[in-house]
Design a protein around this ligand. Structure first.
Ligand SMILES: Nc1ncnc2c1ncn2[C@@H]1O[C@H](COP(=O)(O)OP(=O)(O)OP(=O)(O)O)[C@@H](O)[C@H]1O
Length: 243
């Protein structure tokens, strides 16, 4: 299988002084992000670690076009996200971003295939839902309803749905947060497969520190700042990750 190598010279995301402040006035001010400078190369698997409240989700939401910064700048490739209107951000999300959250948000009355088709029906150059489900190892579950699947299988349907529109980036907030190590491994294998096959830049927020071993790059947050960045010289395959 051909793998797409990360391209260190072309950041997919770049932030400068990115800051998000909540509250103020009568409320206590929270600096959820406090001047974050980051360059994330195209094609990498990136793991974001850090204590609860350190700003991981806030960063993901801003670079995913779900939230606005208070100050500073963020770019997706050449496009400045922090200069976009809500309408432009909606379009950016639709065209370029796949999201995976801790809870799968599948439609209970639709089969796995139909859940994925909800997205492929409106995307510009989508995969066939069967292909997307095959990539996450669910060829045998396409006609199952969410209630007939395990948590790990439901999360893999959510990943198939996120990747079926062939997004440039896949942003995952605690994708294994509700899963045990065994079912979580299959979810990680699905993310690894997508990253290897398509070179889709993949950001994974997690509290499971073992997951760091499958990353190209590990970013540790503390108090709204980047505390540490580690580039892994060797990576473990998803099948060997345990927590
Ligand atoms: N809508 C909001 N209003 C006020 N404060 C908020 C809001 N969203 C987040 N915060 C605060 O911003 C800080 C950063 O939150 P964030 O969710 O980014 O952290 P996190 O690292 O993702 O945490 P966790 O690991 O618990 O998900 C926290 O102190 C949080 O309480």
């Amino acid at each position: 299988m051909m793998q797409v190598a990360p391209d260190a010279d072309r950041p997919v995301f770049r932030t400068r002084g990115l800051t998000k402040v909540y509250g103020g006035g009568d409320m206590a001010e929270v600096r959820a992000l406090d001047g974050v400078d980051l360059d994330l190369p195209e094609g990498e698997m990136v793991v974001l670690l850090g204590p609860s409240g350190s700003g991981k989700s806030t960063l993901l939401n801003i670079i995913g076009g779900l939230d606005h910064a208070t100050s500073g700048q963020a770019w997706f490739r050449d496009a400045e996200l922090t200069a976009m209107t809500d309408r432009q951000l909606t379009r950016y999300r639709r065209d370029h971003v796949g999201f995976v959250f801790q809870f799968y948000n599948l439609v209970a009355s639709l089969t796995a295939r139909e859940n994925v088709a909800l997205v492929t029906d409106v995307a510009e150059n989508p995969m066939d839902p069967d292909e997307a489900l095959g990539l996450v190892g669910l060829s045998g579950r396409m006609d199952h309803f969410p209630a007939q699947m395990s948590g790990g299988e439901q999360q893999r349907v959510a990943i198939a749905r996120a990747i079926a529109k062939r997004p440039g980036v896949l942003l995952c907030d605690e994708p294994t947060g509700a899963l045990d190590s065994k079912t979580g491994t299959a979810v990680l294998a699905a993310l690894e497969e997508v990253n290897n096959r398509f070179g889709t830049t993949t950001l994974v927020i997690t509290h499971n520190a073992g997951i760091r071993k499958m990353a190209h790059r590990v970013i540790r947050f503390h108090d709204g700042r980047v505390a540490e960045i580690i580039e892994n010289e060797t990576r473990l395959p998803a099948s060997e990750i345990v927590w």
